[in-house]
Design a protein around this ligand. Structure first.
Ligand SMILES: [Zn+2]
Length: 395
């Protein structure tokens, strides 16, 4: 294999197909030809192909070690893919500007939301729009640092679940029908941040600037406030403890966010629901994991359903500036909306509705599950102390 004349380096966390595509563009080569040259068929005999590190090293004149430092797919042994998002995405456009050859697509770990160097919002995988500038909202930048502290204290799995759970709470809170009269309600904070990120001059400006990723940015500081509680074993135990302990938990929640967030308890309460049904179970894991093997060197475009949803959400938001539903329907929070132990719903709306249920039927069902958990025949049965009280003053 001949070495390319201008073998630019890969970007940090870049997907190998993205790197090869840039190399092909820079040298006027066909992407798929180059892809076939540096890959081989999967051992399982399928049509998909995996990278041969030695060939990429020969092509670029870079050592495998140096390439693997940037390209997660080249690492040996392979990384634990559950620690990464399952969809590749674009990152910070200012970081990318020093990497020639076209779009840089990266596979980021779950905790990466902000480029701290350039103060830009990267967010979850979403429609590929340029990262949003956060110079006017430093609280969002600072929250990335607080997020990393939660990560180093509790590890990736509890942090992953806690941040997504907190995002889902924010989605439910922002979803309340009318703007709350109380100007101190967090709804107004998010609305104000959203107006910076998605200008409201007119409908078409808002439509073009819209991405659900920016709505995640608007709630990120409060999501991290709540994630610090959700990830902490102490507060999880309080949330699933006796009635008094549960009130201590909700009291702590109310110090961090407007809670109760609506004066209409009959509409449900996502935070109380979590305390009763989820806080005593293990953190939810990612539903999908990334697969390094692929058919072609060209990265597939955005998932069709996700693109359609973006269109609908953009239209809905530009007209009504309603943000709760797009957040709750985004694929990013699906693992905590549709938890493994929650009932199966055919439509997302059903799962979203369930995730804030606090009605009597739900309480009775959860009480039965808690009792089953208490049966002495189970050697892993927890002590009564950690068994949740399902009343929570709601029945
Ligand atoms: Zn950057």
């Amino acid at each position: 294999m001949r070495r390319l004349p201008a073998p630019v380096p890969p970007a940090q966390h870049e997907v190998t197909a993205s790197y090869i595509s840039r190399l092909a563009t820079l040298h006027g080569l066909d992407v798929n030809d180059l892809w076939v040259q540096v890959t081989r068929r999967e051992k399982s005999g399928g049509m998909r192909r995996v990278i041969v590190p030695e060939r990429l090293a020969a092509l670029t004149g870079r050592t495998i070690h140096a390439l693997a430092g940037a390209l997660p797919e080249l690492r040996d042994p392979q990384p634990n893919w559950a620690m990464f998002r399952h969809q590749p995405q674009t990152g910070c456009h200012r970081c990318d500007s020093k990497h020639p050859g076209g779009k840089v697509t990266r596979l980021l770990p779950h905790h990466r939301y902000v480029c701290l160097r350039h103060r830009t919002w990267i967010g979850p995988p979403d429609v590929n729009q340029p990262a949003a500038d956060l110079s006017d909202i430093p609280a969002i930048v600072h929250s990335q640092r607080r997020h990393l502290r939660i990560l180093s204290r509790h590890g990736w799995a509890p942090t992953y679940d806690a941040v997504l759970t907190a995002f889902s709470f924010c989605g439910h809170i922002w979803d309340i029908a009318n703007p709350p009269e109380d100007r101190r309600h967090v709804w107004h904070t998010w609305d104000a941040r959203a107006r910076v990120l998605i200008p409201d001059d007119d409908e078409s400006t808002a439509f073009r600037a819209y991405s659900t990723s920016k709505l995640f940015a608007a709630v990120y500081p409060e999501a991290i406030d709540l994630a610090a509680l959700i990830a902490a074993p102490y507060w999880r135990q309080r949330a699933s403890g006796t009635l008094i302990e549960q009130f201590q938990f909700l009291d702590e929640v109310s110090r961090r966010i407007s809670y109760p967030y609506t004066d209409k308890p009959e509409l449900g309460d996502a935070i109380a629901h979590w305390a009763i049904a989820d806080s005593w179970r293990p953190p939810s894991s990612p539903t999908n994991t990334y697969s390094p093997a692929r058919l072609k060197g060209i990265l597939p475009p955005l998932h069709a359903t996700q693109a359609r949803r973006h269109e609908q959400s953009a239209l809905w938001f530009s007209r009504k500036r309603k943000a709760g539903s797009p957040l709750l329907r985004h694929l990013h929070v699906r693992p905590v909306i549709d938890r493994v132990w929650a009932p199966d719903y055919e439509r997302t709306e059903g799962a979203i509705w369930h995730s804030k249920r606090t009605d009597q039927q739900f309480l009775d069902q959860t009480a039965r599950e808690v009792n089953e958990r208490r049966t002495p025949s189970d050697p892993n049965s927890p002590t009564d102390r950690s068994s949740p009280d399902t009343t929570l003053g709601l029945s």
